[in-house]
Design a protein around this ligand. Structure first.
Ligand code: FMN
Length: 444
């Protein structure tokens, strides 16, 4: 009897909580990396995790760009890559190279990665989300991007004005992806111009079965430089809490310590950092653990992750220009760099040079160097050439007959299977290649 009374009392005082699915993750108590197109690729996420981000969001990926992609495991580094052939406008020559749409590090991002989708359709959202559901801890719907490429298709911030559609997308994802794959579904919104409109919207969203809601404290027309407005945060957090949904705040959060203070002040469950982490991911490190580090330390870690992940060089260069302060000589030189050897030469990362050469060979960047004139193959590159088929091909060496498919070794990239929901047995897993769609797709 006493036990019954105690549990009845507890259920009266404990706020409700939408259950966190078995393969999902609770956003409560977390300081997280924001979704950022271009700036949220795998090396940036690994850097954020290294310095203490609790969770990382991937950059918004448009549903149509993922539908029809192939999933494969890169045997050189074990990353999972979703790739597709770019449309070549109907031309038949076979020169087109597969491009990686999304890359995951299944070991280091395990239980920490939220995939963000750009969508305006429940059907397409479900189709795309199923492609990655077995590889991530959650799917987040972008309902805040104000850029015309997103809103013109009815995606991003346009969904704030079509709540019926947004609700139907979230419900479809919860039922058809969240439940069978046992991962969480969440949404990222912006505040609206009047608190009553935000309130009406959030009140509907929290009833869809989502586990989390992030609010970027700017209205859709606000520019990134304008200060975030936090007046609506307490109201949004209260609606979320009444429904048992975790609430994450975003906008002008610049460090872990500040994030924790804001969470306390505004009664939210988590905080999300974008631009501060883009410039220096060590902002996730608390002051007690060393705080924000000099850019050189962070750039070293970032370049190492880029090389390990085989990151596209153009993306690496873009982020280096964000991370290296504009007045430094390295900044100007990094802008002119043409390959990974250049970057390591400019920044004096001598210990990364053998791996940089190896990757330049793999990415066909050898010989393009703007700074690093010694094009003779190092011992490490010779090793790679002897053991790695793509490096051999790049060096003009003859092809070997058989190649080891070991994940940690070298060899060709294998296409593997799209993961299936928890329920299905491994024998049921379909083998992919999924055919590419007819139209060219945009990646946000
Ligand atoms: C380079 C860049 C790319 C972004 N891409 C996305 C995106 O893909 N999805 C999204 O929901 N928000 C995106 N945002 C918005 C951020 O996630 C975040 O909401 C915004 O920058 C405010 O946070 P901050 O004040 O910490 O920068 C992007 C922001 C930046 C700076």
């Amino acid at each position: 009897m006493i036990r019954f009374l105690r549990s009845a009392m507890t259920s009266l005082t404990t706020p409700p909580r939408v259950p966190i699915p078995a393969n999902g993750v609770d956003y409560r108590g977390k300081v997280v990396l924001a979704p950022m197109v271009r700036s949220g690729e795998l090396p940036s996420r690994l850097a954020a995790l290294k310095y203490g981000a609790d969770l990382v969001w991937g950059p918004e990926t448009i549903d149509r760009s993922l539908i029809g992609a192939s999933r494969r495991v890169n045997p050189r580094n074990g990353t999972v890559e979703f790739t597709r052939l770019p449309s070549n406008g109907g031309r038949t020559e076979a020169a087109a190279q597969e491009s990686v749409i999304f890359r995951i590090d299944p070991a280091r991002e395990k239980d920490k990665l939220i995939f963000q989708i750009g969508t305006a359709s429940p059907d397409l959202a479900v189709q795309a989300a199923k492609m990655v559901a077995g590889d991530v801890a959650g799917i987040d719907v972008n309902s805040g991007c104000p850029k015309p490429f997103s809103t013109s298709g009815g995606m991003g911030a346009a969904l704030l004005r079509t709540p019926d559609k947004l609700v139907s997308i979230l419900e479809a994802l919860v039922q058809e992806v969240g439940n069978p794959y046992q991962i969480g579904i969440s949404v990222k919104i912006r505040i609206l111009e009047k608190p009553e409109i935000t309130e009406a919207l959030v009140s509907r969203l929290v009833k869809t079965g989502i586990t989390g809601l992030t609010v970027h404290c700017r209205t859709p027309p606000m520019r990134p430089r304008e200060r975030a407005i936090r007046d609506q945060v307490r109201m949004i957090a209260s609606i979320c809490h009444d429904a048992g949904v975790a609430c994450v705040m975003n906008g002008d959060v610049t460090s872990r310590d500040q994030a924790l203070a804001l969470m306390e002040e505004f009664g939210v469950d988590g905080a999300m950092i974008a631009t501060a982490a883009e410039t220096n991911p060590s902002c996730f490190q608390s002051q007690a653990d060393g705080g924000v580090l000099p850019f050189r330390d962070v750039v070293y870690a970032y370049v190492k992750f880029c090389i390990e992940s085989e990151n596209r060089f153009g993306n690496t260069k873009f982020l280096l220009n964000v991370m290296i302060p504009g007045k430094n000589k390295e900044f100007r030189d990094a802008k002119a760099s043409k390959n990974y050897a250049d970057v390591c030469h400019i920044l004096k990362f001598d210990d990364l040079m053998p791996a940089a050469h190896r990757l330049d060979e793999i990415l066909n960047l050898t010989g393009k160097s703007a700074f690093y004139k010694d094009e003779t193959h190092s011992k490490a590159v010779q090793n790679a050439i002897e053991n790695n088929e793509s490096a051999r091909a790049a060096s003009g060496a003859p092809r070997r007959k058989s190649i080891s498919p070991a994940v940690s070794g070298v060899g060709p990239i294998r296409t593997s299977s799209i993961p299936t929901p928890m329920k299905s047995t491994p024998e049921n897993e379909p083998n992919i290649d999924i055919p590419a769609p007819a139209s060219n797709q945009v990646i946000a």
